[in-house]
Each structure stands twice: as C-alpha cells, then as structure tokens.
Design a binder for this molecule. Structure first.
Ligand code: SF4
Length: 457
C-alpha cells in the first residue's frame, strides 16, 4: 500500500492555475457530451439498448467463470495461446517473456487502458525494451512523458501549440507548427515507419466472445489493425470482465460504445480477431488484477460492467474542471474513482469524494452503472475503515455533534448570522476557500425555526 504524494484537491488546484485551459477543457468535453446526446436521441430504442446491455453484462458477470472457461477453450481451438495473470506484475512478466522468447526488443502498442493500469510501458522500458504507442493521443502523451488524462481522449488536456512543440522536439516538424493537419501528417509518417519495423504488436480488447473465442478491438485510427497485421507476434491483453456471452450481443455494445464516447454512430474500425494468420503467433493475456475482489463486493460489482466509453468523464462537472491527471490513477473520472479504491484503499481514499453526486454520470452510462450511488457507498466504506483524512474526520465529528444537538445547532446558527452581519471580514477573507470563488450568502433576519415558531399556530 502506498500513499499518494498529492491528493485530488491538490492536483486539481495545480490544473486550475491555468484558467484558460480549464475553461477550454470544460467546454470541449461538454461539446462531446452534447454530441453524445444528439447521437443517442437519434435512436428511438436507445433506452432499450442500455437496458439490454446492462442485462447482458449482469449475466456475463454472474456466470463469469463458465464464460471464461468456454472462451479459453474456443480461443485455444482457434490457435490462440492463452495466458492467465493474477495481477499487474504477472501480466507484465508474461508479456516480457513472450517478447524474450522471440528475441524482440521493440514493441508497437495500440491503446489499452489495462496496460496503463499495469504500468506495462515502464516495466518493459526498465527491462531495456522500447515501446511505441501507436494511438495518436497516446503517442503525444508518451512523448510528453505523461500518463493519459482520459480513457478515450488521452491528450485532451493538451493544446495544439504544445503538441506542435513536442513534435518539433521529437519528430522534427518546423518550430511553431500548430496546424492539426500538418501535425497529424508528421505523426502518420513517424508511426508508419514504426509499424513496418516492429516484429511484435500489442493491442487491447474491447469485447471477448465466449461463444466463439474471438475478440474485438475498436479504434478510430486503424492503428491496432496496422500493428497486428504487420507483426509476427500479436499480443492482446484484456481484463477478465470484457467477456460477453454471444456474438449476437456485440451489436448492442457496438451501437452504444461509439455514440456514448464521441457521438459517432460506430467506431471507424471494429476488428474481429479469431485466429493468427499463417506464420503469425497470437497470444491473449487474461488479467484479474483485483477484478474478482471487486466482484465479491456486492455494492461495487456493477462497476465491472464498464465498457470504457468515457461518457461519465465528459459529463462530470468535477472531471471537466479538474482534469484527468488530478485523479492520479490510470482510469480517471467517476468510474476511475470507483475502481481505484478497490486496488488501494489508502492511496485512492480521496477519489470517491471528487464528485458532486449529481448523478449525471449514471444518467449517461450506456451499461447503466449506478456510478454516483457507488461513489457515495465508497465514501462510507472509506470513513468506516479509517482512511478519511484527519481534517475530514474531525469536521464530520463536529458536524455530527452540532446537527444532533438542537440547542447547539440553534446557537451555532445564531453565532454564524451575527458574524456574517457584524464582522463579515472574519469569514470573508483569503483563509476561506469558499469565499475565494463565491459570494457569501445574504444574512437572513431569522432562522427558519424562528420564523416557523412565529407563523405556524
Ligand atoms: S462507467 Fe459507464 S459511462 Fe463511464 S466509462 Fe464506463 S461505461 Fe462509460
């Protein structure tokens, strides 16, 4: 167990120093949320699809062991080499051993949040291997030596001028270039060379079908396909919760995924991988890393239904104005704040509190996860288990004492109204973080209790 050097409020304060960036980040994500709404509203059966997806995932989780065994059996029969990893360390070792067996020192990798969760890049680089991320957003944050800040839009926190500077430094584009077309062309040339020279490609997995032993990878750039089709060795890594029972269920998820993520009707590439092509080796690594523990927690089991669309991030008022890095976890935003405490309660005790509990995340979730309810439940667990900060514990004790003693509550109310009326500077000062951003309320003449006593006979 480890303690973060900085918490969500502290990291948010860093992000909030650049007001212009915060506003633009907020507006861009809200624009994507609106695109999602438009796209969802164009399908009359949208709510039926959400319900179906939720039920399919409930079924998959309830029968996960059977579906995983069936999937493994079919995948092996198709010629895929299947591995099981209990945790991140084992996952990283398996990938390393596969590469070692082939004497491969360079890997091209498409977007995989699982490998971010397992810190695969850092692990392989420590072993002397070179990893190049081929998703454009991922490559940008890799060049900036930063983690992704969003699961679908990894470099959404970066301005095009900053990307221009990075490409000038690493890819040799002219200084001061910020035209997205020119920058994309430069990345294309750079990545094309990578695809042509790498012997191994790693991809994520969006859906794994128990019935057929095949898996599906969704991208907009075709980078997963390009890597996997050109490499001698294809390694696909997936969390065990990615299983769906049958191929016919795929249509439900594909219709929901891209619309929820970016408002597109479908991802540009939804590629099915069933067996290695002649002469190729295909590996699949199935990873637990805390998922079975989360399965055992009834209140939080539904978080494993997530299809990683990012809609809960795009709509979250806290995420939009605090940025993905403030969550100090591979998966940020509301769903990350539910998944992270499962992995390390102490390190991520701050995350369930990074929410207004407005419920917008639950409203947009395509698989109907009760996200805000789970955040609220995590808060209770974290406090009960003693992981809340001492200032939060103390303030909650004072609140509890005050709110449960009518006499003290009335006296505190009176004192507060007196202070605000006669010595407002005692609270309206720079020591009060509330006052920095907001106007203090107008002082009422009397409390509701006093008014009620006078007026209700
Ligand atoms: S929790 Fe729901 S909305 Fe959030 S990323 Fe997962 S599927 Fe999408």
């Amino acid at each position: 167990m480890s303690t973060p050097t900085k918490t969500h409020p502290e990291l948010s304060a860093v992000f909030n120093k650049d007001e212009q960036r915060v506003n633009w980040h907020d507006e861009t994500l809200w624009w994507i949320r609106q695109k999602r709404d438009k796209s969802a509203h164009s399908i009359p059966e949208w709510e039926i699809l959400r319900e179906k997806a939720s039920q399919i995932k409930n079924n998959a989780l309830a029968n996960l062991a059977e579906y995983l065994v069936s999937f493994e059996e079919k995948a092996k029969a198709n010629g895929i080499i299947v591995h099981w990893a209990a945790d991140a360390q084992e996952h990283n070792q398996i990938v390393h051993q596969i590469l070692q067996k082939h004497g491969i020192l360079q890997l091209v990798k498409s977007k995989s949040m699982l490998t971010e969760e397992c810190h695969l890049n850092e692990y392989l680089e420590k072993q002397g291997l070179e990893v190049i991320d081929s998703d454009l957003g991922e490559r940008i944050v890799q060049l900036a030596k930063e983690p992704p800040s969003h699961i679908v839009l990894p470099c959404i926190h970066k301005k095009k001028e900053e990307i221009g500077d990075l490409f000038h430094q690493h890819l040799g584009v002219a200084a001061g270039t910020s035209d997205p077309q020119i920058l994309t062309e430069a990345a294309r040339v750079h990545l094309r060379e990578t695809f042509l020279t790498r012997k191994a490609a790693l991809t994520g997995v969006n859906f794994a079908i128990a019935e057929t032993g095949e898996f599906v990878v969704c991208t907009n750039e075709g980078n997963a396909d390009m890597g996997a089709h050109l490499a001698d060795v294809h390694i696909a890594c997936m969390g065990i919760e990615k299983i769906i029972p049958k191929r016919k269920h795929l249509g439900v998820f594909l219709r929901l995924l891209a619309r929820s993520a970016t408002g597109q009707p479908i991802t540009t590439y939804s590629s099915h991988f069933k067996k290695p092509r002649a002469g190729q080796e295909m590996h699949l690594v199935l990873v637990d890393n805390g998922r079975t523990v989360q399965m055992g927690r009834e209140d939080f089991r539904a978080s494993l239904k997530c299809i990683r669309c990012g809609a809960c991030m795009n709509t979250c008022p806290v995420y939009r104005r605090s940025g993905g890095h403030s969550y100090h976890n591979a998966i940020s935003g509301p769903i990350g704040a539910i998944l992270a405490p499962n992995l390390d309660r102490e390190k991520y005790a701050d995350l369930p509190f990074a929410s207004t509990l407005c419920g917008s995340c639950s409203n947009v979730c395509p698989v109907k996860i009760d996200i805000h309810q789970q955040l609220y439940k995590w808060r209770q667990v974290i406090v009960q288990e003693g992981y809340a900060t001492s200032s939060k514990k103390m303030s909650m004790k004072i609140m509890n004492y005050t709110l449960s003693s009518p006499g003290i509550y009335r006296t505190a109310g009176k004192a507060g109204r007196w202070v605000l009326k006669y010595i407002p500077f005692a609270v309206n000062n720079h020591f009060n973080p509330w006052y920095k951003q907001r106007d203090m309320p107008e002082v009422p003449k009397e409390s509701f209790g006093e008014w009620y006593k006078k007026n209700v006979k």
